[in-house]
Ligand binder design. Structure first.
Ligand code: HPA
Length: 271
């Protein structure tokens, strides 16, 4: 029988590592360095794999790093795909299906986001409680792979309540201030207009970004336990009397990196 795309990728990865990860980590802006702390690391560049295009965003490396972190076996995505790069939502979500195929049960996904909630400040960390998909599509459109999950997957409690509890306890232990809110995904790449942000606030969003939702939809399709954490890198458009810039996003992500890393490591340790 012909191999599926996932099987082909799993075979290619199997030639580079014998480790079986239990936790998947998608490392967003500023958090990529966490992959350097993974021990006994096997690195698999995306470009060495079939069906994996080269990521195009500066500051995002493109490789899987498989090894040990805080006593757990993990696979980290150092660099991810974004819809605004021109990849389909299916392409963006495909690595999650691969990580599930490798054996992960839990996915921790991180990102940079703009703060819509007026009580937030740049530098805050937000546990994603739920999301709003404004990407205009789904990675699950097309024939369903029943081996991965059902045609109509449930999206209630997509962000695992017990992992949110664990993350809150860990943040408390580490004295890291933590928020909890709703993440809204937009295709980008342009930042929002002030009118769009006012609309998103009315809709119930606390933060806005250009990633994460495709991967989480794929993860829930495959019944993975998901934890999402946003770094609020800037206040969203129109809130402050200043333009938005990618430089501000990267600078804030860099400033918060140490606490963000401590938190994620603490969570991994206690999962
Ligand atoms: N909007 C969308 N995506 C983002 C933002 C923002 O303000 N900040 C970081 N990613």
């Amino acid at each position: 029988m012909e191999m599926s795309h996932i099987e082909e990728v799993l075979e290619a990865i199997g030639r580079k590592t014998k480790q079986i990860p239990e936790i998947g980590l998608i490392l967003g802006s500023g958090l990529g360095d966490l992959a350097e702390e993974i021990t006994s690391a096997d690195r698999v560049p995306y470009q060495s794999l079939p069906y994996f295009p080269e990521p195009t965003v500066k500051g995002h490396k493109g490789q899987f790093v498989i090894g040990g972190l805080e006593g757990k076996s993990v696979i980290a995505m150092q660099g991810r795909y974004h819809h605004y790069e021109g990849y389909s939502l299916k392409q963006v979500a495909f690595p999650v299906e691969v990580m599930k195929g490798l054996g992960i049960r839990t996915l921790i996904v991180t990102n940079a986001a703009g703060g819509i909630n007026l009580n937030y400040s740049p530098g805050d960390l937000m546990l994603i409680h739920d999301h709003i998909n404004m990407l205009g599509g789904s990675p699950l459109i097309g024939p369903n792979d029943d081996l991965i999950g059902p045609r109509f997957p449930d999206m209630s409690a997509s962000y695992d309540p017990s992992l949110i509890d664990l993350a809150k306890k860990e943040a408390d232990q580490l004295s890291v201030k933590i928020r909890e809110g709703v993440y809204l995904a937009t295709p980008g790449p342009q930042y929002e207009t002030p009118a769009e942000i006012r609309m998103m606030r009315v809709m119930g969003a606390d933060a806005v970004g250009m990633s994460t939702v495709p991967e989480v939809i794929a993860a829930r399709h495959g019944r993975l336990q998901v934890l999402g954490i946003s770094c609020i890198t800037n206040m969203a458009s129109g809130i402050l009397d200043q333009p938005l810039s990618h430089t501000e996003v990267m600078e804030t992500a860099d400033r918060v990196k140490e606490n963000f890393t401590r938190l994620v490591k603490g969570i991994v340790k206690n999962i």
